[in-house]
Ligand binder design. Structure first.
Ligand SMILES: [Zn+2]
Length: 419
């Protein structure tokens, strides 16, 4: 039971031998060793096989109707014609079991203008996202309710689409994919106080980007922001980008904040999942936001190792926010007794509520049971940490208004509390 008690026993030699072998094993291939996943609430995050989706155009030449999943973020499989003008397609996850985030994204066109119906059949999940369409991938409009029929068991949903020779994009949410973030980052890094860095590569070799916002040579403290551990959680990305843009703005508050503090923002932690059109996981088949204890996945290890530099340099952290999305707007906070005497969380949430009284922000405090980023941030930096779940269908202007308000309130709070 107690290792100290075996000292001097005949087993001692074998224990030393075992430790020696273990050390040799570790030193030769430390990153390949699957790590323990046995603490309470932890999850096995060693790799699980995924089914890669084949990218193709589903062509119905006779009818002159075409569907495609051949773009970043696309997801649609096995399209079949059921009758004239009636099609069906499969929406399967990358692997399962999986949280229900039945992501779909495809485009379609027809030789001649026509109205068609397509039924999406979900396996290992149910209908979740209200379909949105776009002709330019920038401006999106939700399908009218008269054009959507969700089956009673939610295992399928039928959309009425008006097709023509121009490409129509249909997706569960706006397509905010890696290429969109690349352009966003390029725009931001034109500002002299924003620096871009590639932290390393995802499992499939995509860059993981970080933005640093500061005008200080020696920031007093850091604000940490991450997002898109879960690929379809676009509403979270809308919040994150507005939040960062507010701190990057040429406002009196933001200028004062950047002169004293820094932001480290990693907007896309799971670029492979985003590119592959995954429901939830990375290409290791793992929910990255359950890997913040074992750190079996390259994406979580990269983010952890980068943030740990702050710890090694004795830097303090103002707060950490991980942007997600779910059916409702929820701020997962820490149980208040974890940071006794620290009213940062309540002051911040009160400021948001006071300034946007119509926004129903649920505060859901939690303990440290699960291996999620919020808990790692707290345990590593002893700072307030948040999982901000933006509502999937929350009005986009409201998401931006809340994010702007939240960023301004957080900057004010940081400037106040360290005065
Ligand atoms: Zn999420």
């Amino acid at each position: 039971m107690d290792l100290l008690n075996v000292n001097g026993s005949p087993y001692f030699f074998f224990i030393l031998l075992f430790i020696g072998v273990a050390l040799i094993g570790c030193s030769t291939s430390p990153s390949l060793e699957p790590q323990s996943y046995d603490p309470p609430g932890a999850t096995d995050t060693r790799d699980k096989e995924i089914a890669f989706q084949s990218r193709s155009v589903f062509a119905f030449q006779q009818e002159g109707v075409f569907f495609s999943n051949d773009f970043e973020g696309g997801r649609l499989l096995e399209v079949e014609k059921e009758a004239n003008g009636i099609y069906s397609g499969q929406i399967t996850p990358e692997n399962h079991p999986i949280n229900n985030s039945a992501w779909f994204a495809f485009n379609a066109w027809a030789r001649q203008s026509m109205t068609i119906h397509i039924t999406l059949r979900y396996s290992n999940g149910k209908h979740r996202y209200w379909p949105k369409t776009s002709t330019d991938r920038v401006y999106w409009i939700p399908l009218d309710s008269s054009q959507v029929i969700v089956a009673e068991d939610e295992r399928s949903a039928t959309f009425e689409l008006n097709l023509g020779p121009d490409t129509l994009w249909i997706a569960g949410q706006e397509l905010i994919t890696n290429d969109v973030f690349d352009r966003w980052q390029q725009k931001l890094t034109k500002l002299p106080y924003i620096r871009h860095q590639v932290l390393g590569e995802s499992r499939a070799g995509r860059p993981i980007h970080m933005l640093e916002l500061t005008e200080s040579e020696k920031p007093e403290a850091y604000l940490l922001v991450i997002g898109r551990q879960h690929p379809p959680e676009i509403a979270g990305s809308i919040g994150l980008t507005s939040f960062i843009e507010t701190i990057a703005a040429d406002s009196e508050l933001a200028n004062a904040f950047r002169k004293r503090f820094a932001v480290w923002a990693i907007p896309v932690v799971n670029p492979d999942g985003v590119a592959e059109g995954h429901w939830r996981h990375n290409t290791g088949g793992i929910d990255l936001n359950r890997d913040w204890h074992a750190f079996n996945q390259p994406e979580t290890r990269l983010v952890r190792d980068h943030f740990l530099q702050l710890k090694q340099n004795n830097q303090s952290v103002i707060a950490a926010i991980d942007f997600h999305a779910t059916r409702y707007d929820i701020m997962y906070t820490l149980d208040r007794n974890l940071l006794p005497g620290d009213d940062f969380t309540d002051t911040w949430l009160d400021a948001i509520r006071t300034q946007i009284p119509t926004y129903n922000l649920i505060d859901e405090p939690g303990g440290l049971g699960s291996p999620i980023s919020k808990n790692w941030f707290y345990e590593t930096f002893n700072a307030p940490a948040f999982t901000y779940e933006v509502g999937d269908e929350t009005d986009r202007d409201l998401i931006e208004e809340v994010a702007v308000t939240a960023a301004n309130a957080m900057m004010e709070l940081a400037l106040d509390t360290t005065r």
